[in-house]
Design a protein around this ligand. Structure first.
Ligand code: ADP
Length: 658
């Protein structure tokens, strides 16, 4: 076994690898860029080596510097995590040339699976079902038309070198095909430096189901069941689970057998994932193989009881898998939600800044994999993932319930995040029914993430929480003034997102009795002013409501996927407030501001041009993501205030409408 390994990565996955290495008694070396000097992975590893400036091209992607760091520290092996150099055959080769072990597959397997066209050919030859399509490079749009005609619309154009959901376009007719071809090719060239594009059938309302495989260097290969990753946004995974609610044992065996056959065909060793797309008729088709540890590997660990990082390390050290396919047991259910620094209410724009508060949940069946702690900065140079929350239980229902509660109890302040959005997914009826497909988010949130217009179940808990909090606050104020707190029943009006709700609040022992809408509720809490989580027992049911205080007796509340403002007033004050003419919000709609610091890469409009709401205006690149800013209304462009290539500050004006 290795004595010391280096982890060529950052963030949660670097911390994750440290954890297993430590348990196995292996010393760890972290590497870090200038942006990560104080990062958690640096502190958690036994030692750390600086490898360059913040941009990943100058640090985490520098093979030479990482090889130097190994030499310097005597690391015998390297775990690459995911992303960065994890699927670069040249990296594995450079390490091998120095006598350092790459904790992953062989360079040949990485190369064979690194290209979508080549890997589909290989899969076909290994007897694996592939998406119907044309396994060749399409030279131009004219050549694409007859091929698409043969496959039958809709089709999907894909970058052969693609990854991360980029370089893909759906086309439903010849016109879309021509547009899509040009833009897919352009994106392929700019993202991957390789403009080869191919076409396959677009599978409607598919599910994404992938098989985890594990192979050793002695020819033993097993699969560890599947993960379903159908909850995606722009072809990127958001929520994943194991097992898949769609599979039965026979289909699991069929998919598992094909995954193992493919792994065997490339002499696969280490952990790898064979991705499939599954149509409504349960036909499954190979998409691609990822020759690394996946972000969503924890759900497989929860249901198999195996530590995938441990097995990657043991296999790299030459150990044999001591178990066979029949020994692999799937037990229980696990769901992972990816917590990102992004703003779901503003088209998921990435958010950067300091985690002023970071309080992950804990409890039975809850695992949080993270690379940050309170006070850390979310830098703009890397992927904006903050943490992965994994909830497991004996069945799907228990896992979903634990996930919902854990999301309510996950408190982050200082950066925008998607916890409320993830809660809304987890709380949706369609998720409970496991009616999943890759267009789940587009269907469930057609207008983005916004609070429901109607009064929903979560609102009741939020109303009661606001009433309880207000009562506690006035009690503590009364105590501070040595006065008498109100003990009798009082009437309050709570404006919930501006909608008035009359409540009568009275005490009953340690509990409060709240009457709302003719119904009497009994509620208790041990909440203290200043705490962001209000744990509530409402009519015998436990709930957590997140609450941030704002001026004017207002709270920002979040519970079970609903975010609202609640203002607690006396009935008279509420009446007066509602009678006041509504203040016109300042008109900021004339200007388009940069939502974050970044690089202005393109402006899609010119001065004097008419645009319609929803049309793209400009592209800002930040945190490795291209963010397209769209017109919020119809209008004419008056002035461009920045040009492509400009570095933008947050809220810098990009252009003005007339
Ligand atoms: P990437 O390597 O960029 O992640 P994949 O080939 O793995 O690309 O596909 C990512 C996602 O794109 C899939 O999970 C699915 O949602 C969608 N997708 C890919 N190919 C198809 C297809 N032929 N039909 C429908 N959806 C597809």
């Amino acid at each position: 076994m290795f004595r010391r390994i280096l982890i060529a990565n950052r963030g949660e996955i670097a911390c994750r690898v440290v954890r297993t290495a430590r348990r196995l008694g292996i010393a760890t070396v972290a590497v870090y860029s200038e942006a990560d000097v104080g990062a958690l992975h640096v502190r958690e590893a036994d030692e750390a080596v600086a490898i360059g400036p913040a941009p990943s091209a100058d640090s985490y992607l520098r093979i030479d510097r990482i090889v130097d760091a190994c030499r310097q520290t005597g690391a015998e092996a390297v775990h690459p995590g995911y992303g960065f150099l994890s699927e670069r055959a040249a990296f594995a080769e450079a390490l091998a040339a120095e006598g350092i072990v790459f904790i992953g597959p062989t360079p040949a397997a990485i190369t064979a699976m690194g290209d979508k066209i080549a890997s589909k050919r290989l899969a076909q030859a290994a007897g694996v079902a592939t998406v119907p399509g044309h396994l060749g490079v399409i030279e131009d749009a004219a050549a694409a038309i007859p091929i698409a005609g043969e496959i039958g619309y809709p089709v999907m154009l894909k970058a052969s070198a693609g990854g991360g959901g980029r370089g893909m376009r759906i086309a439903r007719d010849d016109a879309e095909l021509c547009d899509g071809f040009a833009s897919a090719r352009h994106e392929a060239k700019s993202s991957f430096g390789d403009d080869r594009v191919f076409i396959e059938k677009y599978i409607e309302e598919p599910r994404h189901i992938e098989i985890q495989v594990l192979g050793d260097a002695h020819g033993n290969i097993v699969h560890l069941g599947e993960r379903e990753c159908s909850i995606q946004r722009r072809h990127q995974k958001v929520v994943e689970e194991a097992p898949s609610p769609f599979l039965d044992a026979a289909m699991r065996t069929a998919m598992g057998d094909q995954a193992v056959a493919l792994a065997r065909a490339v002499g696969y060793r280490s952990a790898g994932t064979v991705e499939f797309i599954v149509d409504r008729e349960r036909r499954f088709y190979f998409l691609e193989m990822n020759t690394r540890l996946q972000v969503e590997h924890p759900v497989t660990e929860c249901v198999t009881g195996l530590d995938l990082v441990e097995w990657m390390i043991r296999i790299a050290a030459g150990e044999r898998l001591p178990f066979g396919q029949d020994d692999v047991r799937l037990d229980g259910w696990a769901i992972e939600a990816r917590i990102y620094a992004e703003d779901p209410q503003r088209n998921f724009l990435p958010s950067i800044g300091r985690l002023v508060r970071y309080r992950p949940p804990a409890g039975p069946g809850i695992r949080v994999d993270t690379g940050v702690c309170e006070g850390a900065d979310i830098p703009l140079h890397y992927d904006p993932m903050i943490a992965k929350l994994v909830a497991s239980g004996s069945d799907r229902g228990e896992a979903v319930a634990r996930l919902r509660r854990a999301l309510d109890g996950f408190y982050i302040a200082g950066v925008r995040h998607n916890i409320g959005f993830l809660s809304a997914i987890a709380a949706s009826g369609r998720f409970a029914e496991a009616a999943l497909s890759t267009d789940f988010i587009a269907h469930e949130f057609p207008n983005g993430f916004a609070p429901p217009a109607a009064f929903v179940a979560a609102d009741r808990a939020m109303l009661v929480a606001a009433a309880l909090a207000e009562r506690r606050l006035s009690e503590s104020e009364a105590a501070a003034d040595a006065g008498e707190a109100a003990t009798g029943a009082t009437d309050v009006t709570i404006l919930l997102d501006g909608q008035p709700h009359g409540l009568r609040v009275g005490s009953q022992g340690d509990s409060l009795v709240v009457e709302h809408d003719g119904v009497r509720h009994v509620a208790a809490t041990d909440w203290q002013p200043g705490e962001p989580l209000l744990r509530l027992r409402l009519d015998g049911v436990e709930a957590i409501v997140q609450m941030e205080r704002r001026p004017a007796r207002t709270f920002r509340l979040m519970h079970d996927g609903v975010i609202r403002r609640a203002q607690v007033l006396s009935p008279r004050a509420a009446e007066l407030l509602l009678a006041m003419p509504a203040k016109q919000p300042a008109d900021t709609s004339r200007r388009v501001l940069s939502p974050m610091p970044g690089l202005l890469t393109a402006i899609a409009v010119g001065e004097g041009q008419e645009v319609k709401a929803g049309e793209p205006l400009a592209t800002v690149e930040a945190m490795k993501m291209e963010n397209v800013l769209r017109a919020e209304r119809d209008g004419r462009i008056a002035r461009l205030c920045a040009k492509p290539g400009d570095s933008l500050a947050v809220d810098q004006v990009i252009l003005e409408f007339e």
